[in-house]
Design a protein around this ligand. Sequence first.
Ligand code: NAD
Ligand code: ZN
Length: 251
Amino acid sequence: MDAQLIQRAAKDILHSKKTIAFTGAGISVESGIPDFRGAQGLWEKYDPEEYAHIQAFYSNPDRVWLMLKEMFSLIMTAKPNPAHIGLAELERMGLLSSIVTQNVDGLHQAAGSKNVIEFHGTHRTLSCLKCSTKIDGTSLELEDLPPRCSRCSSLLKPDVVFFGEAIPWEAQVISLKESKSCNAVLVIGTSAVVYPAASIPYTAKEKGAIIIEINKESTPLTQEISDYLIRGSAGEILPAIVEEVKRGKGR
Ligand code: NAD
Ligand code: ZN
């Protein structure tokens, strides 16, 4: 972890009028939920390009539900890690306007963040693709999966955005507004290759925002728009930034 870059990030956050965070699967890896690119566990068995595509759900929902069941069992027992908690703390200090997340795990909210925009939906609710009935998924028992619609008995689909599906309209509108009006973006744990999500930091950059990237490895953003990359694990870097921000505030 580069101490100078931690200090620089803290300074940038303190000087920025409005800062947002843009997070991806990498921020939840230290909570035990594997990301897509870091090949381990779940995604060695299930190729996300295949299993997370809406066509796969339509043509073979039972098979896709096998993957969802494993993903849900991880999500349901996962706890926020110091990176989620650090972002919640920045929000409480009035230094973070919102989090645009590509994650569906709800860990930002569990950490106490209030203004969370779920760009790729959530695992907490499920919908019937036939009659649009929506149900609360948080009280579902894993043994009851895959669940069926109580009205028409079709298979339900979690309200997560599959490849090939549209982004929830409200999330798109609000995140565009946030990206156009911020002065700094903390990009954390995303490979930034899934679109349209990845356009968020580009939009912010076009409007003059500073792009602070926190990632284990470089991404397309690193060369193209990031002002700097703090390389390492988000669970270590975020608390260090928060500490430095607190020190800077006291000065
Ligand atoms: P990704 O898997 O493509 O990329 C993750 C990035 O995080 C990589 O660059 C990796 O180097 C980095 N990373 C891994 N561990 C890290 C750590 N401890 N600290 C900092 N960085 C770390 O993820 P993506 O860009 O979010 O795209 C995957 C898509 O899959 C998203 O749309 C997301 O909705 C979905 N997804 C969500 C979850 C979840 O909800 N937790 C999990 C897997 C996939
Ligand atoms: Zn139905």
